[in-house]
Design a binder for this molecule. Structure first.
Ligand code: 3PG
Length: 399
């Protein structure tokens, strides 16, 4: 039976064709929204989305759904907890649209410094104002703080270097390379940064990170760019800071962003002269969309051909394993089953398992990560198994 893939967002035609060429049945409906998906994804094996929300109802109501591919980087539009409960794989395409997002962030810095949108709007309205628009400061030598130094943050740094900026960055681990200096605390960098650009995922740690306290630390008149996720900024605090500290702000994401691809939009930010908002188009260059689509196709084909899930984001990083049990055994039917039987008798859960065969196929080595320790009686039974050559059983939490 043909595998069924539903693509519920805009996706380049040539990559749809590549899936069809691989004998995949493709349903392409870029107009679908969050509330259409439960019905539309009911009988598909794989669902591909960009920013369309995949909620718990969609995941729970499908009998067949096995893989959700986020054709982009952030997976906050997918209910990962619901996917975990049903064992639905979630993958993304990290790094493939980083350059596009970095280009927009740099574009916003220049646009805000030179007030390009205001310039253009006045010209179109028949107004000439060289005097007013000659007040830009310029970006050369300015101090830039990059908050989040993943694939996008790094691309911003490369481009900011070409502009001659004094670059600082902050990430989970220490920053090295590209002539970028690490800043460890916000209270050191925000008072001196002329430009702050955010490149963070939406997580419980980043939610509301830019709040009153952070805006208080920022330099008056500084530029703030957010092309990442709206959740990382407390919008009320931002509005206050724009009014009180004259911040200049460029946002590609904001509270209440419409899910539809076109239609009306309404936001408190529309009233603020110094805030430029784009239409969540950071990733929307043809180059980036082709790179993302190619990666999406690769993920799906690899899944079909080898069962391997590339960029599997809901794979447990840490399991509940506390012991490692390695058994070298003759590679015969039933040997592993007899070892697992012993563990089952003792109600020991195997959290992870890998069985690797020696060249020649006579002997194999099975590594199991166990939730609790095997008792000496269990180990005795396993040692006496004539098909077990050696074993080791060690605690993972020691040392
Ligand atoms: C991403 O996470 O990759 C970006 O936010 C892109 O979103 P989009 O695919 O809806 O443009």
């Amino acid at each position: 039976m043909k595998m069924k893939v539903l693509i519920a967002d805009k996706f380049p035609e040539q990559y749809i064709q590549r899936l069809k060429d691989a004998e995949i049945e493709v349903i392409y409906n870029p107009k679908l929204g969050e509330n259409d998906l439960p019905e539309a994804a009911k009988e598909v094996d794989c669902l591909v989305v960009r920013s369309t929300v995949v909620n718990a109802v969609t995941i729970e109501s499908s009998k067949t759904l096995n893989l959700i591919v986020r054709a982009g980087a952030g997976v906050n539009n997918i209910d990962i907890k619901a996917a975990n409960k049903k064992g639905v794989y979630v993958s993304n395409c990290p790094g493939k649209n980083s350059i596009a997002v970095a280009e927009l962030a740099i574009g916003m810095m220049i646009a805000l410094d030179r007030r390009i949108p205001h310039n253009v709007a006045d010209f179109k309205a028949g107004k000439w104002n060289k005097g007013e628009y000659s007040k830009a400061e310029g970006l050369f030598g300015k101090t830039l703080a990059i908050v989040g130094y993943g694939a996008i943050g790094k691309e911003v740094a490369k481009r900011a270097q070409a502009l001659g900026m004094n670059i600082y960055a902050k990430d989970i681990s220490r920053i090295e390379g590209y002539g970028v200096k690490d800043f460890s605390e916000f209270d050191q960098i925000l008072p001196i940064a002329d430009i702050v650009t955010l490149h963070l995922p939406a997580t419980s740690q980043t939610k509301g990170l830019f709040n009153d306290a952070m805006f208080k630390l920022m330099k008056p008149g500084a530029i703030l760019i957010n092309t990442s996720r709206q959740d990382v900024i407390d919008e009320e605090a931002l509005i206050k800071a724009v009014k009180e500290k004259n911040l200049k702000v460029g946002l590609d994401v904001f509270k209440g962003e419409p899910e539809e691809k076109s239609g009306p939009v309404s936001s408190k930010l529309q009233e603020l002269d110094n805030v430029y908002v784009t239409h969540h188009i950071g990733a929307s260059t043809e180059q980036a969309q082709n790179a993302v689509a190619e990666e999406t196709v690769n993920i799906i084909l690899q899944y079909i051909n080898s069962g391997v899930i590339a960029h599997w984001v809901n794979r447990a990083k840490i399991t509940d394993a506390h012991y490692q049990f390695v058994v070298k055994h003759y590679d015969k039917p039933g040997v592993l089953a007899s070892i697992l039987d012993v563990l089952r008798e003792g109600s020991i859960n195997v959290e992870e398992v890998e069985n690797i065969i020696f060249d020649g196929g006579l002997v194999a080595c099975c590594t199991m990560k166990l939730r609790s320790a095997a008792t000496s009686e269990m180990l005795e039974i396993i040692r006496n198994n004539p098909n077990v050559i050696t074993y080791s059983h060690v605690g993972l939490d020691e040392g």
